[in-house]
Design a protein around this ligand. Sequence first.
Ligand code: HSE
Length: 299
Amino acid sequence: ESIRIFAPATVANVACGFDIFGLAVDNPGDEVVLTKRDDDQIVITEITGDEGKLTKDPEKNTVSVPILRYLEKLGIKQGFDIKLHKKMPLGSGLGSSSASSVAGVFGANKLLGEPMATGELLPFSMEGERVACGAAHADNVAPALLGGFVIIRSYEPLDFVKINTPENLYVSIVHPDIEVNTKDARIILKQEAILKKIIAQTGNVAGLVVGLMTDDYPLIGRSMTDYLIEPNRSILIPYFNEVKETAISNGALGASISGAGPSIFAFSEGKETAEKVGQAMKKVFNQGEIDTNLFVSKI
Ligand code: HSE
């Protein structure tokens, strides 16, 4: 018995919501094929699209670790053969490790007749993130698992909620062909913030949620400033300021780093604007002789 699962790329943080906001896109995404074995072994039989960078050790790969923890929790001894097809760049800020984590455990749960509800799979998927970057953040795995825009209200205890987004809201994501390791991009962050910045940031967090839930595009745009993380991380991304300014001058509501970077995302009202914004952002990188991938998706 076998199953093929697709899990989407995700944009984490979404400007002002570090570790608490994330959204899923239509493409790209990872594909995982799971096949039940006659024994209790978890075996990664094939990985494609990773340029040989990922380990097949089931205790270390983000696709298998969530499955192992999930089976332990259920007390079930069931082995799987796993084929992992990476269909998005690694270290891109697109939630590549999360997509694998989610696809694996989601597929295992399906093959076992869904002993757990989809939302209950989240803590296991987060264990995949822990292996990938040392921190079990949920802002990529939650939207990859549930779809749409998800808020992690609390980590301890884990509490998350999916919210509605405007019908005509699109995201353009430009991925420059450079790699930023999430672990490194977390180490450089300051652990303390001044109150004035926290006030500005929480105002934006509240404004973005209300803007998304009430289809208030200008409010969404006004709320898309990150005072806490972006100033430290943007130095890892060449042409960051130029790309962001270009997005906004071409009609985007706002733009920021996708997850830990180096991808940059922008929100736009309407697909046409999102395409135009994406092309303009791409051009800035290309003029700097950096290759890019562009993804435009409805949210
Ligand atoms: N919230 C995480 C971070 C997402 O910014 O480090 C990583 O993809």
